[in-house]
Write a protein that binds this ligand. Structure first.
Ligand code: PPE
Length: 339
């Protein structure tokens, strides 16, 4: 490392059984290059100044995208939609991403290839950099980075297969008119961190937040679906949720499979009485929930609708099922750089 690294405290660590801790030391093993403001830079050189605005005030937006190994080579799932949300996330904060979608698409493909990954997680980040401090952000330049690294199942291999045990968080999601949840802003994830740490400290894999009215919102890093009498129920955008691209994908796949979906406010107790429950998100993919607050969901095993949606999702993202909606961007075809 070219800069001193900080102290890592283990005082508050709590990792429940069955949840693999994301190791702080080897999480980015094998990552050689990071795209930074138009250039590929070595991992150790991808640094920012400590007076960067985003570090002090949470003034940044990001995306989480996955690239999967498919029979036709590595492919990125719904890249265009992620880049669109990336732009909108910053627009809410009067910020503009200084690269076009085409440029970011090429940059993403190139950085995946530079690192030699077939399959990886992709993390575009745009933040207000070194300019002035003070809350007013518009004197700061906007820095843009794209990092890629291998990231396995978000809630564990066992979780995606057999389901996870979760709790209702004591932390509420931000109320409408406070911190906008349609923006995937870095600062929003303080709320997620509170939820996640509390859940883990109490032996759960994840927490589900209620919104300010006490109705179900979402997980710390996932949207949520319940199955009630064969119908999929998911909280609406007005429940302080992130407009998830996986959520949108699930709605579409459900339609393809002839399963009805409603976007409806969900009282907390529906988490206990529903037949099935699952999380969805880029990192979490489709992860069944087998208990909430130690109350089993259904018979405590992933139900048939969840399994069908999960298998369809994993089939589509990995190209084993035909890409009938044009959701995959091939890394090699898109790249301007010779391999
Ligand atoms: N809600 C929240 C709060 C959230 O962070 C995510 C993604 C979703 C819903 C699902 O959105 P989508 O990925 O578009 O389907 N969470 C990202 C970051 C997780 C993290 O720990 O970092 C992700 O899944 O990439």
């Amino acid at each position: 490392m070219t800069v001193p690294i900080g102290f890592r405290s283990t005082r508050f660590e709590a990792v429940p059984k069955g949840v693999p801790p994301l190791s702080a030391t080897n999480a980015f093993d094998g990552v050689k290059w990071i795209w930074m403001n138009g250039r590929q830079v070595e991992f150790d050189k991808a640094q920012v100044h400590v007076l960067s605005h985003g570090l002090h005030y949470g003034s940044g937006v990001f995306e989480g995208i996955r690239c999967y190994r498919t029979p036709e080579g590595p492919a990125i799932f719904r890249l265009e939609e992620h880049l669109e949300r990336f732009e909108n996330s910053f627009k809410i904060y009067r910020g503009e991403i200084p690269y076009s979608r085409k440029e970011l698409t090429e940059a993403t493909c190139e950085i995946i290839q530079a690192n030699g990954f077939d399959e990886c997680y992709i993390r575009p980040l745009a933040f207000r950099g070194l300019g002035t401090l003070g809350v007013y952000p518009l004197n700061c330049p906007i820095d843009v980075t794209i990092a890629v690294w291998p990231w396995g199942s978000y809630l564990g291999e066992d979780g995606i297969r057999n389901g996870v045990d979760v709790c209702v968080s004591s932390w509420r999601r931000a109320a409408p008119g406070t911190i906008p949840t349609l923006s995937k802003a870095t600062g929003n994830y303080l709320s997620s961190q509170l939820m996640k740490m509390e859940a883990m400290a109490n032996g759960y894999a994840e927490g589900i937040a209620l919104d300010v009215e006490g109705l179900v919102s979402e997980g710390s890093g996932e949207n949520l679906f319940a199955v009630v009498n064969g119908v999929l129920v998911t909280p609406p955008l007005t429940a302080s949720i992130l407009p998830g691209i996986t959520r949108r994908t699930v709605v579409r796949l459900a339609a393809d499979l002839g399963i009805d979906v409603v976007r409806e406010r969900m009282p907390r107790e529906m988490l206990y009485t529903c037949d099935e429950l699952f999380f969805c998100g880029t990192a979490a993919e489709v992860t069944p929930i087998r208990s909430v607050d130690r109350i089993p969901v259904g018979d405590g095993r992933p139900g048939p609708v969840t399994a069908r949606i999960r298998d369809e999702y994993l089939g589509v993202v990995t190209g084993r099922i035909e890409d009938r909606h044009g959701w995959l961007t091939r890394v090699r075809a898109e790249s301007a750089m010779p391999v």
